[in-house]
Ligand binder design. Structure first.
Ligand code: 1HE
Length: 263
């Protein structure tokens, strides 16, 4: 468990556990609210993950995963600056979603506003029972700006997201899991452990398969079906041709690889 220097400024910590990068939001006194420094540090962290990292976990220190945008920095921006600020978030969260490795979010406590936008940029979300999800932007007189209108509406549908923003509705952990905000629900205190176990599992996949899942699947989902089938065929051909795929398939055929187990 190696700890590397915090990039840019404190607010993010990076620990390495073998092939898994553990990224911690560490501004617990402000409930890990995301100020500009933290967003830039997040971007830098994903741009500079050490070689050899094959999966990442992101989690929050203290009682909550993340309280969203640091509202104290909102005061004096004009419209143009607000747009640029949103674009900065887009760049940073795009670096999470379309970065080098799959990212598992370990969620607890508040996952609200920009915190939910960050979680939705991750590939897998594990929520513990203490988690609650909300988009208070609507009641604060603002709008999502970290890609949430695209990503969150894809996860749960436009109608649910509209309701969350119009009414300030808070989803409990189990409601969130049922709606699609998280793929896993675990007992309170268990999210990080489960997220790390999933990340370690992901790290054993062929890197090209992981890359294809992160980069091809969301693009195929946005393509017309005919284009999607064609992109799928290209990626499928590439993945099969990789020596690692051949090795893994041979191992199965020789009875040396795990079977799929009934649950
Ligand atoms: C903050 C923030 C913040 C806490 N910006 N300072 N997000 C929100 O509208 C959510 C606002 N936060 C909350 O509703 C609550 O803080 C929580 C439910 C997350 C946590 O409650 P609690 O009781 O554990 O903590 P607290 O006492 O409210 O907060 C502790 C401190 O953190 C306090 O500061 P202090 O100096 O008085 O100790 C809070 O002011 C501070 N704090 N959250 C700034 N968000 C790209 S666009 C995205 C748009 C959005 O994300 S809008 C939604 C913003």
């Amino acid at each position: 468990n190696r700890k590397t220097a915090a990039p840019l400024q404190s607010g993010i910590e990076l620990h390495l556990q073998d092939e898994v990068a553990l990224i911690r939001l560490s501004r617990p006194a402000k409930r890990n609210a995301l100020n500009d420094g933290l967003i830039l540090a997040l971007r830098e962290t994903f741009q500079n993950l050490p070689p050899g990292v094959r999966a990442a976990v992101i989690h929050g220190e203290g009682e909550h995963f993340c309280a969203g945008l640091d509202l104290s920095e909102l005061q004096e921006r004009d419209a143009g600056q607000g747009m640029q600020h949103s674009r900065m978030w887009h760049a940073a969260l795009d670096g999470v979603e379309r970065g080098p490795v799959p990212v598992v979010a370990a969620l607890h406590g508040a996952v609200v506003g920009g915190g939910l936008e960050l979680a939705s940029a991750c590939h897998i979300r594990v929520a513990d029972e203490s988690t609650f999800f909300a988009l208070p932007e609507g009641t604060r007189g603002i709008f999502v700006g970290g890609g949430g209108s695209v990503r969150i509406s894809k996860l749960i549908g436009v109608a649910r997201m509209t309701d969350m923003m119009l009414t300030g509705r808070v989803y409990s952990a189990s409601e969130g899991e049922r709606a699609g905000l998280a793929q896993y629900l675990v007992p309170t205190g268990g999210a990080l452990e489960r997220a790390l176990a999933l990340a370690r599992q992901i790290a054993t996949n062929a890197p090209l398969t992981n890359y294809a899942l992160m980069h091809a699947l969301p693009r195929i989902a946005e393509q017309p079906a005919d284009h999607g089938y064609f992109t799928e065929a290209l990626i499928s051909g590439m993945a099969q041709a990789a020596p690692e795929a051949k090795e893994r398939v041979r191992a199965f055929l020789q009875g040396k690889a795990a079977k799929v187990q009934k649950k």
